[in-house]
Structures are given as structure tokens and as C-alpha cells.
Design a protein around this ligand. Structure first.
Ligand code: ZN
Ligand code: ZN
Length: 263
């Protein structure tokens, strides 16, 4: 059995739980340790049962609780070399034995699961997304992606469950209050994925296998859950993909655990 649950998701902080009977991991821990502990407890997981935290990149909305959780529960932290370097000043002390280096494209075995980091186009040192393989199942977390690179497409394809970034509505962002440079950064190839591009990417990689998609990492300023959902649904409709039948799409919640998927 695999369990998949976004604990928190949004520009304000990200963390996703993935587990089996024997293995429990977090992808990112981007809110306070306390908040993640509460979120995990709400889905009946003890922090002490975790086997590790896998970090996508050094931005604070992905690492805020990493140091404290690693120290409090003696948890290994897995990140690329570039991410380790870039987050060194923000984590506090992590014991040598809990510092694990991972490499984009290289699968890693952990008890009964495999974890594969893959390169994502984002303005960080060495950012990655993650696919997790357990038995016949594949689940993928792909947020903070400026554009749908070949590597991203390849790695999210054939996932049973996908957490995909739907960061902003392009018009809301353009009309919004962000300074020009920040708008350009977000809209750029190494920024964040717009709702419509998330929809297009999904339509492109759609297969019989993809059953559940969580839209996540929504901007609090330049998006709403309703707008994100409707934008993606519209692209699905335009491509003759029936939402609710061919694919389930739901929003990952910003501050609390989303629905847990067990399969
Ligand atoms: Zn980021
Ligand atoms: Zn982020």
C-alpha cells in the first residue's frame, strides 16, 4: 500500500508525505517543525517514524522546518550537492551522518521504495522534483517548474498520482502588485508554472495511468483555488479529457493536510 498526502502546499510553504507500511518520507518541510508535526499527526504519522526528508531546493518555502525536524527526530536529509551548499546558512547544524547527497536522474533505494530525483528548471542552485516508486506504483512531486522541460515531462509521465504546480493566473500576476522584476522572474523559464501551462502539460502527458492530480504551490496573491481548477479543467475539456472520469483533479490545501490517497 502507498499513501500520498500533501501536508501543506503553496507559496507559503510545502511538504508532502509519501509512505508505505515500512517506509515514511517527506518531500520538503517548508513550514515550521511544529506545523509539520501537527499535519503528520492529523494523518496518524509520528515524526519519529520518518525515514528521511527529501529536499527539492533551498528556497525557504521548502526548507523552513528541515533543520529542526532533522535535529529533533534524528532524521536524514537528502539533497543535491548544489542544494546543500545553497541551504547551508539556513538549516543550522545537521549531523554528518544525516547529510545525504543525491544526484539528479539517479534512483535511490530506501527499504521498500525507490526515490528518483529529476532536474527541474527553476531559479535555484540545483533543484529537483521527485518520483517515488513503490511496488507497481509511481507518485511524483513536481512544483517550482518554470517550464515543461523534456526532463520534467519524461519523469512525470506514467505517474499514478501527481502533485503538479499551478502557481499563478498569468493575467492576475501581470495586473497584480508585484514589482516588475519579480513578475518577470515568476513568468520566466526558471520561475513558476502558470495554471494554463500546468493544464497544457497535463494534457500532453495524459495517459491511462494518471488517475489523480493535486494542483499545488498556488500563489496567495496571483491565484485562487477556483481559478486554478477552472483553468486546468478548461484545458482538459479542450483536449477531450473528462475530469472526474479520465482523471481526478483536486487542489492541494495551503495550510492543512489534503485528502490522503491510499492505493
Ligand atoms: Zn522555489
Ligand atoms: Zn516554492
Amino acid at each position: 500500500m502507498v499513501r500520498f498526502c500533501p501536508i501543506v502546499s503553496g507559496s507559503s510553504g510545502n511538504s508532502t508525505y509519501i509512505g508505505t507500511e515500512y517506509t515514511h518520507i517527506l518531500i520538503d518541510a517548508g513550514v515550521s517543525g511544529k506545523k509539520i508535526q501537527d499535519g503528520l499527526n492529523a494523518i496518524n504519522i509520528e515524526c519519529g517514524a520518518l525515514d528521511g526528508i527529501f529536499v527539492t531546493h533551498e528556497h525557504i518555502d521548502h526548507i523552513k522546518g528541515v533543520g529542526i525536524l532533522s535535529r529533533r527526530f534524528d532524521l536524514p536529509v537528502y539533497a543535491t550537492e548544489g542544494t546543500w551548499e545553497a541551504m547551508a546558512g539556513s538549516l543550522g547544524d545537521i549531523s554528518r551522518k544525516n547529510r545525504k547527497i543525491i544526484y539528479g536522474g539517479e534512483k535511490l533505494e530506501l527499504n521498500d521504495i525507490y526515490i528518483k530525483p529529476f532536474e527541474i528548471p527553476h531559479d535555484a542552485a540545483e533543484p529537483v522534483g521527485f518520483s517515488v516508486f513503490a511496488g507497481d506504483f509511481k507518485v511524483t512531486v513536481a512544483t517550482d517548474i518554470g517550464h515543461a522541460s523534456e526532463c520534467v515531462k519524461e519523469n512525470i509521465a506514467d505517474s499514478d498520482v501527481l502533485l503538479l504546480e499551478a502557481n499563478h493566473d498569468i493575467e492576475m500576476l501581470k495586473r497584480g502588485s508585484y514589482p516588475y522584476n519579480l513578475k518577470q522572474r515568476i513568468l520566466g523559464d526558471y520561475g513558476h508554472m502558470a495554471n494554463i501551462n500546468a493544464g497544457r502539460l497535463l494534457a500532453e502527458i495524459m495517459s491511462a495511468r494518471i488517475k489523480h492530480v493535486f494542483l499545488g504551490h498556488l500563489s496567495a496573491e496571483n491565484n485562487t483555488p477556483e481559478i486554478a481548477y477552472r483553468s486546468v479543467e478548461q484545458v482538459m475539456f479542450d483536449n477531450n479529457i473528462k475530469v472526474g472520469k479520465d482523471i481526478n483533479i483536486q487542489l492541494a490545501r495551503r495550510n492543512f493536510p489534503s485528502q490522503c490517497l491510499n492505493f
